[in-house]
Ligand binder design. Sequence first.
Ligand code: PLP
Length: 358
Amino acid sequence: MSMPDCIRLEVGEPNFSTAPHIIEAAHHAALEGHTRYTDNSGIFELRAAIAEQAEESTGREVLPEQVIVTSGAVGALFSTLTCLLDPGDEVIILNPSWPNYQMQLQLLGAVARVVETSPENAYLPTIQQLEEATNAATKALIINTPCNPTGAMFSGDLLNEITQFARHADIFLIADEVYSRITFEEPQISTACYDTDGRVVSINSFSKTYAMTGWRVGYAIAPAILAPLIRKCQEPTVSCVNSPAQHASLAALTGPQHLVEEMRNAYLNRRDIALEMLSQANIPVCTPGGAFYLWVDVSQSGRTAKDFSLDLIHNHQVAIVPGTTFGAENSDRVRISLASEVSDLQEGLRRLISELKR
Ligand code: PLP
């Protein structure tokens, strides 16, 4: 059934266009003959620019050899997990979390060991929980900050403690930081700041920061020992990332950054409008510290999140994501995206509130 007038609050990508100077860089690159395979790890200039930026944000030395340019953050995660895991190995993930972690682990025959987080603990794990989830088969922990779907942000202190935990447990720590430039009160500290012995893999992307989801460029920054293996895993799967898109990403990283700030401000404005509407209606919601989602409690509807979401789309033509998409336990929550025009967000929330109070 098509629904052309549907208000789409389920989307997980910026509603902004890629900046013209980025598009032009891809055009020029193609005209200049950058139309062939590149190194499996990506073009050197882009890896060097990513390494330089990572060095500035972590205060630690990062070499271009540690950077692997990938097919989105999705590709960075998959190549990293492929090189780290054997079937039967375990990886700790948090609930709620982005569903692709589970899916990738399933594809690799690995086991997801799920640690529950809750609003009482600001959707952050405790070290005790992580310790309890660890056993001889554990190879890695995946964290995501700012988090999709909750907007929770890990503080520097917590990241430091988690890195120490990973060191004691002798496991890798995969830090998905794709929303790290979209934060509202505090900047996001990179997990790699606390990596003293080469066990953190930072995952990032151009998708959300520069409104480039369709270009499919992301990257992993890995310890020197791991980076060549991640690079190797790209050969049989994608070989390398689209060459003009890599040049576009270089322009994004080295060009004007005010658009990143403008997009962030737009999400912040939408967040505050939405929080005000929900709080006026007495609907519990966590205040996201970053990313562009609201994690809303719809239990007062008396329905599961899935039934509520279906009723909302059938009765009011508003699409949202049921919380169970992010883990089976979340049947009282839905995710609402802030990546829509303010007028759509307001109208969508008005209809959601009316469906909730029905
Ligand atoms: N990580 C998280 C937490 C995400 O929410 C997403 C996309 O929604 C990604 C990674 C994937 O990003 P990319 O488009 O770079 O593959």
